[in-house]
Design a protein around this ligand. Structure first.
Ligand code: SF4
Length: 254
């Protein structure tokens, strides 16, 4: 089984961002010369202190754009990027990934906020982020969590979607794609996954995806052609189904 590697080291050179592992970090010069920094916030959650720092970075009349993946896009002059990165780090904020890793985790408000919710979403988004942030993957990987079948996060449109069921369990979809030329709905792989098994199951799916992308590399191509749903066209769902059952049949596998 392919061992997952993580890399959250990147360097801002003053002009561009460099990273040895090839992960694409969310810092990019825009057409008008302004630099956009994409700030990670699992489930879109920020503390008041963090919001204040984001406001300080962009300035009184600056712009913060919330993205569909619940991250915050800061638009600032290039010469401010270095100090902005230090300010973000000081309040526990990190730059989001674009490609070759896990994107900002999307989650609806869930338990404690939404009256409809069947289970936790924001806590799970935080744990998923802590576990998989900066994991090196074949291409970008979107995870979304909904707290009930009203499905405000659109779990079928994610590479991996989780939906809370009653009594602390989750249903799992894989292989969706919300954007691109060929958007696709994911497939329901499993119901009734206990909360404590969600992280081991996601880890095994990422391992299976990485190994299969390597195996079919020359047939797949590069870039978005290595997204999970393209890999699934080669492997079929059975390989992933078996990997999930293997984890669930052995609660001590982490
Ligand atoms: S998916 Fe359900 S729990 Fe989550 S915000 Fe929508 S209605 Fe509420």
């Amino acid at each position: 089984m392919t061992e997952l590697q993580r890399d959250d080291n990147f360097q801002w050179t003053g002009d561009t961002v460099e990273c040895e592992s090839g992960i694409h970090w969310g810092i990019a010069e825009q057409a008008n010369g302004v630099v956009a920094i994409l700030v990670n916030s699992p489930g879109g959650v920020l503390t008041g202190k963090q919001v204040r720092v984001l406001a300080e970075i962009v300035g009184e009349d600056g712009v913060i754009k919330n993205t569909r993946r619940m991250a915050s896009l800061l638009l600032i002059p290039k010469e401010k990027v270095g100090s902005a990165l230090e300010q973000l780090q000081a309040v526990g904020l990190r730059v989001a990934n674009l490609h070759k890793s896990v994107r900002n985790i999307a989650a609806c408000p869930g338990k404690g906020f939404s009256a409809n919710s069947r289970g936790d979403t924001l806590g799970l988004a935080k744990v998923l982020d802590e576990t998989f942030y900066g994991t090196i993957l074949p291409w970008d990987f979107k995870i979304g969590i909904s707290g009930c079948p009203r499905n405000c996060t659109g779990v079928q449109c994610q590479d991996l979607g989780l939906m809370a069921e009653p009594r602390g369990k989750y249903s799992l979809w894989i292989g969706g794609s919300e954007a691109g030329m060929n958007p696709a709905h994911g497939t329901l792989m499993r119901k009734g996954i206990p909360l404590e098994q969600v992280i081991p199951v996601v880890k095994r799916i990422l391992e299976t995806y990485t190994a299969a992308a390597e195996e079919f590399g020359s047939e797949l191509g590069e870039g978005s052609l290595v997204k999970l749903y393209h890999v699934l066209e080669k492997t079929g769902f059975e390989r992933f189904g078996q990997a999930i059952e293997e984890v669930l049949s052995n609660p001590i596998v982490k």
